[in-house]
Design a protein around this ligand. Sequence first.
Ligand SMILES: [Zn+2]
Length: 449
Amino acid sequence: MPTATPPPEKADLLVTGGTLVTMDAGHRLIEDGAVAIQGDTIHSVGKRSDLEAQYHARQIIDARGALILPGLINGHAHAAMSLFRGLADDLSLEDWLEKHIFPAEASNVNQEFVACGTRLSLLEMLRAGITTYADMYYFEDVVARATKDAGMRGILGETIVDFRAPDNKTPADALAYTQSYIDKWKGDTLIIPAVAPHAIYTCSEKILLDAAALARRNHVPILIHISEALFEIEGSRKKHALSPVAYLGKIGFLGPDVIGAHCIWVDAADVSMLKHFCVGCVHNPSSNMKLASGVMPVVDFLAAGHPVGLATDGAASNNSQDLFEEMDTAAKLQKIARMDPRALPAVQVVEMATIGGARALHLDKLIGSLEAGKKADLIFVDTTGAHATPMYDVYSQLVYALRASDVKTVIVAGKLVMENHRMLTLDEDKILREAREYQKKLSAWAKLA
Ligand SMILES: [Zn+2]
């Protein structure tokens, strides 16, 4: 007797056609592929013909002519700072921070500023195919609300510094705020609250340890800038007779819950210590070049078997939130720094923006690749433009030819956030109008300051 065909399985969403760039362990590319989504999770990935026969879907989206990728992961940002874009450029990190950004923040940053600036960055990031970002700023509860409303995923860290911050007068106030912020958001489906002591040069040892203890009591991640600038290294050597990494290791700060941005001025011992403690390390090439901070030895990290994520940093230090640009820059920066065009191949850079970034954020069980069981965060990248034709190698194309503006559709946790370039969760006109209002206010402030 012939066996009966099983009844079709139910899917909430079936994405069909297009080339799947899975970023799974085998780097499978599936031509004319499909992704079946149930709720917020990928149920199956395969050939279109197979999945069309297997599933009865409530909604079908045709993705022909596009590459379908896991949503990009921006491992380090200060979203609200996009309102400072272009306010103070062509300066060293020290001058930029001390003479411009910290005063601008002290006078201008409040809840409304953070809400407007964050929404501006969310718009820019989603348009560039970023579905998850890690953020460090003030009023992080406001950042979380804006991110949740936009339908985006985030590890969002409340910044703690050793001086009066825009939202909290003292570090003790900041720790209390952070605890209530964590209580509010812990367990959310999109938002992971975090604690973000800014850096070793802006936090005393006590604050670093209090912040880490708070994070560990609550089982949430710790975000920090590590070894970004030469003044930081010199200060650490003078004060502690140790590199910043060795100092953080010695005081018990490092661990698998730490995500460190930059990690530029590191030697072999630092790299192996970061690996030993499973610290997530995130590269910010445009920001590092613009502030002349230095070149992260990405190739050494990868050679040591330690994953590296990719990030935009703040839109005030970059000046964009475009991870396509960061992919291109990351590849070329390693090549020129080592005078070796083979130094960082395109496929490794796409890894840094997807599964490698997920590993650096300790979220690789949830996101970073198109695989059954992972969260349904995916993007469609149009490949029909002149600048994208012809296409011999998808990874080369993604890094060296395709652009953020080629991202046409974005799905986060199974929900459409942008469809055919149209934003569905954000009021684009209002966001841009409000940002222009801030430009007027900040221009007036800068003239007076
Ligand atoms: Zn930063």
